[in-house]
Ligand binder design. Sequence first.
Ligand SMILES: [Zn+2]
Ligand SMILES: [Zn+2]
Length: 241
Amino acid sequence: MLFGKRKQSLRALLKPIIPPLCPLCHSVIEADESLCAPCWKDLDFISDPQCSACAFPLECGENTTLLCGACLKDPPPFSRTRAAFRYTPSSRNLVLQLKYGDATHLVPLFTQWMTRNKDIFQGVDALIPVPLHWTRLVYRGFNQAALLARSLSKTTEIPLWASLLKRPKKTASQGTLSKEDRQTSLRQAFYIDPKYRPFLKGKTVILVDDVMASGSTVKFCTETLLTAGAKEVRVIVLCRS
Ligand SMILES: [Zn+2]
Ligand SMILES: [Zn+2]
């Protein structure tokens, strides 16, 4: 974290001397550009039509309800989801830079992309990041979902409730458990301190995460929030795979 901050301030100091570089291919870009033109083309930003519940991109006219097949079959507990872009080799690179590469300087850019669609923020009382188990937090030094949530909170002026949802139980990484065991372990992973429950009662909140794949993590976070008294839970992620 400290190292990240130092790197950031060094970057700020060197800004007038070295030109900005494209975060994907490291070619020189104009100061007001976020990516070089070829890399920009490689990013697959999600626009309508998309599943209103889980933001899965839909083909035109796939169905009239604008829910994907999976959500029609098994409706998720969250009411809607917005994602900035699809999972592609380029977006994977950006997400990994955020997750493991200490690329916290990309957060303002990601925030810009995540707030292009303002609908999801209407009538929302708080933003809640998907928590990391403390051992992973110590190992990595930061929670990328919390970084995104903090930045989104600054931009939208919606309060950030960073410590409301906790992850006291460690979930085994993918591959070591069967799908069913992993679901059970995730279901039991999240917790809300009873002293925070009165704040949550009747509130509409947005869960913030970097990537949404199967949606299991946000599903179990949502169930925990609804059980503790939230009225509605929405989801915003950077990348939808
Ligand atoms: Zn580039
Ligand atoms: Zn869906």
